[in-house]
Design a protein around this ligand. Structure first.
Ligand SMILES: Cc1cc2nc3c(=O)[nH]c(=O)nc-3n(C[C@H](O)[C@H](O)[C@H](O)COP(=O)(O)O)c2cc1C
Length: 283
């Protein structure tokens, strides 16, 4: 059985976790396909034959918009879905929120996995210079491989598997409260981000091309950002060849690009998890 893992990842944490989950799936003899949402949206992957789909995103107040927008519009037509996400601090009940959306669109949610990459939030919004000093915990990473193993046993039986540290299954009232809090938090994040030096722009169109949410249009050599659509993933900022997109507020500090920059980065292939599975003995 091929299992697509469709994910969005800006600084590669979610891509990393997708890889770990894929290792777990492989241990069970399954064939995971790692698919970036951009490739999926560009029509380079077809979900028609998939019975089970993994969906992953970083938490930007909830599942990041490039994934959320797609899930909101997609008819899962009875397919089984598991969700995974990475956050720098708090998941904001995002899995609960996504479960509701997937189920509304005829999907059956069979599991959830959330991982916190301590310190990433600091790194991404530049609040501290020492953001790159958080060691990854091997045990934590093994948890993702374990999830990959267990989710498939349960996919066969139809039972759900929610990772043991999954604590965020929230009811309607809590979700409503969180929604209000999120409105303020996301506004704060965006205050840090939007400063563009359009004099340096060479109208190469790169930012427009890579923006995952279609928020940038270069018009008469000037990037115009639609703030409503922007998900602050910083890709334009990172990729701009003429450094026209700038974060003047905090200066030119090195940008956090992924877990390999962190002290203690462990190559996913080198993590040996103890999960040797025998479906007959696994409950
Ligand atoms: C625009 C933006 C919003 C974020 N919002 C949250 C948040 O609400 N809660 C949180 O814990 N982390 C938040 N983060 C941190 C990311 O969720 C975290 O670093 C994640 O692992 C990044 O995943 P990626 O490397 O796959 O892009 C945010 C990051 C960005 C860029």
């Amino acid at each position: 059985m091929d299992i697509p893992l469709i994910y969005f990842s800006s600084s590669n944490n979610t891509a990393y976790v997708a890889k770990l989950i894929a290792l777990g799936l492989e241990k069970r003899g399954l064939k995971p396909d790692l698919v970036r949402i951009e490739d999926f949206k560009a029509g380079r992957y077809d979900l028609a034959d998939a019975d089970v789909i993994g969906i992953g995103a970083p938490i930007y107040g909830g599942f990041a918009e490039p994934i959320k927008d797609w899930v909101k519009d997609f008819d899962f037509n009875g397919k089984k879905v598991f969700l995974f996400s990475t956050a720098g601090m708090v998941h904001f009940g995002s899995t609960s929120e996504m479960i509701k959306i997937v189920e509304k669109n005829n999907g059956k949610v069979i599991g959830g996995f959330e991982m916190t990459f301590q310190g990433c939030m600091d790194g991404i919004i530049y609040l501290k210079e020492q953001a790159q000093k958080y060691p990854l915990k091997k045990k934590e990473l093994e948890r993702a491989i374990e999830f990959g193993c267990k989710i498939t046993d349960n996919a066969e039986s139809g039972d759900g598997y929610f990772d043991s540290t999954y604590k965020h299954y929230l009811g309607a009232t809590s979700l409503a409260i969180i929604k209000v809090i999120k409105l303020f938090v996301l506004k704060l994040i965006k205050v840090f981000v939007y400063v563009i030096d359009s004099r340096k722009c060479i109208a190469c169109m790169k930012c427009e091309e890579i923006c995952p949410s279609g928020a940038i249009q270069v018009n008469r050599k000037k990037p115009i950002i639609n703030h409503g659509r922007c998900v602050s993933c910083f890709r334009c900022f990172k990729e701009c060849p003429s450094k026209a997109l700038n974060l003047r507020f905090i200066g030119n500090r090195p940008y956090y690009r992924g877990p390999w920059q962190l002290e203690g980065y462990i190559d996913p292939e080198k993590i040996k998890s103890n999960m040797e599975f025998n479906p007959e003995t696994t409950d």
